[in-house]
Ligand binder design. Structure first.
Ligand code: UDX
Length: 437
């Protein structure tokens, strides 16, 4: 392989990118400022739950193609191509994205760059960030103009991170020179036939924000239909299915339920709105305010439906909460709709018992005052109502009879429209779902 790669920032995105690039045959050095994280990764102990990634990490550590460090000096010496994979969280006092981790990477790396190399941003950023960082890079690097920036947004989903990285739908390259384009085409050549869009910095940055805004809008659209279906005594699941046969609409991201959470969609649409405002495009994204509002209303609606089922009061009632992660196949609890529902019910006097196959540790650490259980059956023991809030396969496959044997009352609310309503009703359950009669 002609190039040696570094990956700066080893969270979800960086850890996945580093392992996958090593898997493709590159020599890769992963860097993070968090020494504890680096120690774990170097020992083959993946700090996150991501199917297939830990095996890939270990395989590539053993082969010697993958290593980790905390030293920017070492990274600068090692790498021909440096991928920036740090996060851009929501600022504490507003909607905008906090890009300070990106600036910190450039400020730490650039002073050591004394030869030709390419620095590639993968983080989701407010449009205009790449242009600013490119200037800073050239200004701070001893090699000056021999150091170039490119923008190459990442579209991976948690839970499918390896698959999405090795088989992307498309690759977007925001580049300022043919040289940068060639380097990145070479790097991604082992992925085989993938559509590549070559463009400028602002377009590359916008593609990512636009993709997330579109997905969020699609989810909130179907959840708005769920609100309407509830008012009109219609069935949003059948409505969604009927829409999905129209190829112009498609069925993906059209599952009605508790809505979107996680470390990306919620904060990315807010940052997108904030940036549009800063740019003077005040009207362009006001619809995203509605997208966000519809999404947040679903969480309140879930609590209301559960309370209704219990006759209007949570106090002294046992509530089984199935799911803590913001989605299945992940242990990520950032902005998790499931946990927000659990917290609200506990605040209203409910006695919650939460179970999740992967996110219990994270949930316990973040909300130590809530109740937890070590299995779905244990969470459901003596429950007055069971809430399905994250659609893990383990929950979808639950046997209504077996669960019915342990609960106090056979009440269930399907917050993800994931269960077979008939099967649960046949087993004597009072089954309720969001957006369905
Ligand atoms: C998302 C984008 O999909 C990805 O391209 C981007 O790089 C990062 O943000 P991710 O946050 O991992 O990825 O999760 P995703 O699978 O998109 O799900 C987001 C949320 O939407 C989850 O809470 C999920 O439960 C919810 N969702 C998804 C729905 O409520 N309904 C749907 O139909 C689909």
């Amino acid at each position: 392989m002609p190039y040696r790669l570094t990956v700066l920032g080893t969270g979800y995105l960086g850890a996945t990118h580093a392992a996958c690039m090593a898997e493709l045959g590159f020599e890769v050095l992963g860097l993070d400022v968090d020494q504890a994280k680096i120690d774990r990764l170097q020992a083959g102990d993946l700090p996150i739950h991501e199917p297939g990634l830990e095996d890939m990490l270990r395989r590539n550590l053993e082969s010697g193609r993958l290593r980790f460090t905390t030293s920017y000096e070492e990274a600068a010496r090692f790498g021909d191509v440096h991928f920036i994979c740090v996060g851009t969280p929501q600022v504490k006092d507003g909607y905008a994205a906090d890009v300070s981790y990106l600036d910190a990477v450039v400020e730490s790396l650039a002073p050591h760059l004394d030869r030709e190399c390419l620095v590639v941003g993968k983080s989701t950023v407010p449009v205009g960030t790449a242009e600013r960082l490119a200037e800073k890079l050239v200004r701070l690097a001893p090699a000056g103009m021999q150091v170039e920036l490119a923008w190459n947004p990442e579209f991976l989903r948690e839970g499918y991170a390896v698959q999405d990285t090795l088989h992307p739908d498309r690759i977007v390259l925001g580049v300022a020179s043919e040289r940068a384009e060639k380097v990145l085409r070479d790097v991604y050549a082992p992925l085989g036939e993938v559509p590549i869009v070559v463009t400028d910095f602002p377009t590359a940055e916008l593609v990512k924000s636009a993709a997330n805004a579109f997905l969020a809008t699609k989810i909130s659209f179907i959840n708005a239909m769920a609100e309407l279906a509830e008012a009109a005594h219609a069935d949003v699941k059948q409505l969604s299915q009927a829409l999905s046969f129209d190829e112009r609409i498609g069925g993906k991201y059209l599952n009605p339920g508790l809505g979107f959470g996680g470390g990306c969609l919620p904060k990315d649409i807010r940052a997108f709105m904030a940036r549009a405002d800063e740019l003077g495009a005040h009207q362009a994204l006001t619809f995203l305010r509605e997208v966000d509002a519809i999404n947040m209303r679903r969480r309140g609606r879930m609590v209301d439906v559960a309370r209704e089922l219990l006759g209007g009061e949570f106090t002294g009632r046992r509530v089984a909460v199935l799911g803590a992660a913001f989605k299945p196949n992940s242990d990520d609890i950032r902005d998790s709709p499931a946990l927000e529902v659990a917290v609200t019910i506990a605040e209203q006097g409910g006695d919650v018992a939460i179970y999740d196959p992967a996110a219990l540790g994270n949930a316990r650490a973040a909300y130590p005052h809530l109740g937890y259980a070590d299995s779905a059956l244990e969470a459901a023991r003596d429950a007055d109502v069971v809430l399905l809030l994250t659609e893990w396969q383990e929950f979808v496959r639950l046997d209504p009879e077996a669960l019915g044997d342990v609960v106090a009352v056979r009440n269930i609310v399907d917050g993800r429209n994931a269960l077979d309503a008939e099967a649960w009703r046949d087993a004597g359950w009072h089954y309720r779902a969001l957006g369905r009669p």
